[in-house]
Design a protein around this ligand. Structure first.
Ligand code: MLT
Ligand code: MN
Ligand code: ZN
Length: 305
């Protein structure tokens, strides 16, 4: 199984269009050692032709251009994107669905009933897209059974429920439901290897801990370095916890969580917000991650399981 990181940034991307924080301004001016990143998405394939797009980023068209594997060109109109799976209904994970509207047949879309309800209501993508290709929705059940993805033969995809919030636009904001957010455990049945993907992790609940402990690779929330990162820069009033993201530094932070995993586990952070100092390849924070054996995902990173 191959997993390609199409977009390693959090919502807004890096640099963010209207942001002049030290990272965004520094990247534009070429004065910091960092690389640009598009918004949160990965793609998974077994045969290298049929891909599961996990989250449809606002930059999906750029991501398809940058990854020719996603365009096998078997006929005059074609795509390697066999289906899309959404882990939540956030704008950075769903807006790209609008960009895929030129398909000839309804787009297979895997998501929980809760995510599908937000996409039928607060952000009515289901209705809008019904006037274009339409969506062939496949509700994800959170009953412990792996998803049936025929084009990912030999790989089980296990959804893991996460306690967090639906997006700000959701009628259920402040009244979270099980199914608003999930992580994914990919299990390669041929070699037993497992990868846990969760770009939004507010807390390490028992089921998350179990999934991480069982995995050979964890690709998890790298949004913020500190709880008050956005507040200190004057960019938001919301601490990381309110946004559903566990910061890396400090007691109980992601570094400590990852340190508790076996040394053999590959640890990679993804969904990095543009304010995060770990984006600077020569920063003290980045060096601290390296000292703990923690990598920072970048667009184009490929992981073989
Ligand atoms: C988040 O995960 O908190 C998002 O990146 C927010 C957003 O897309 O606006
Ligand atoms: Mn996000
Ligand atoms: Zn910024």
């Amino acid at each position: 199984m191959r997993l390609k990181v199409l977009g390693s940034s959090a919502g807004g991307g890096f640099p963010q269009w209207n942001c002049n924080c030290p990272n965004c301004a520094g990247l534009r001016a070429g004065t910091i050692q960092a690389r640009a990143r598009t918004q949160s998405s990965v793609a998974v394939s077994v045969n290298g032709v049929d891909w599961l797009l996990v989250n449809a980023s606002p930059e999906v068209l750029q991501q398809v251009r940058e990854h020719p594997e996603l365009q096998p060109a078997r006929q005059v109109r074609d795509s390697g994107i066999a289906a899309v799976l959404l882990i939540d209904a956030q704008i950075d994970h769903t807006t790209g669905l609008l960009m895929l509207r030129e398909r000839g047949t309804p787009l297979p879309l895997y998501a929980t009933p809760e995510v599908l309800s937000d996409l039928g209501d607060g952000f009515p993508l289901t209705r809008m897209l019904s006037f274009y290709c339409g969506l062939d929705t496949r509700p994800i059940a959170l009953n412990g059974t792996p998803l049936d993805l025929p084009f990912l033969g030999g790989v089980d995809v296990l959804p893991v429920p996460l306690t967090s919030q639906p997006p700000p636009y959701s009628p259920f904001r402040g009244k979270p439901r099980v199914g608003d957010n999930i992580g994914l455990l990919f299990v390669n049945r041929s070699n037993g290897r497992r990868l846990f993907y969760a770009p939004g992790l507010g807390q390490i609940e028992p089921q998350v801990q179990a999934a991480m402990a069982s995995a050979d690779v964890v690709l998890v929330d790298g949004t913020f370095w500190t709880e008050d990162e956005m507040i200190r820069l004057g960019l938001s009033k919301k601490p990381a916890a309110v946004m559903g993201h566990l910061p890396q530094s400090g007691p109980g932070g992601m570094i400590e969580v990852l340190d508790a995993l076996p040394a053999s586990t590959r640890k990679v952070l993804i969904h990095i917000n543009n304010t995060n100092p770990i984006l600077r390849e020569d920063s003290a924070e980045r060096a601290e991650l390296s000292a703990h054996g923690i990598e920072v995902a970048f667009d184009g990173l490929e992981i073989t399981l």
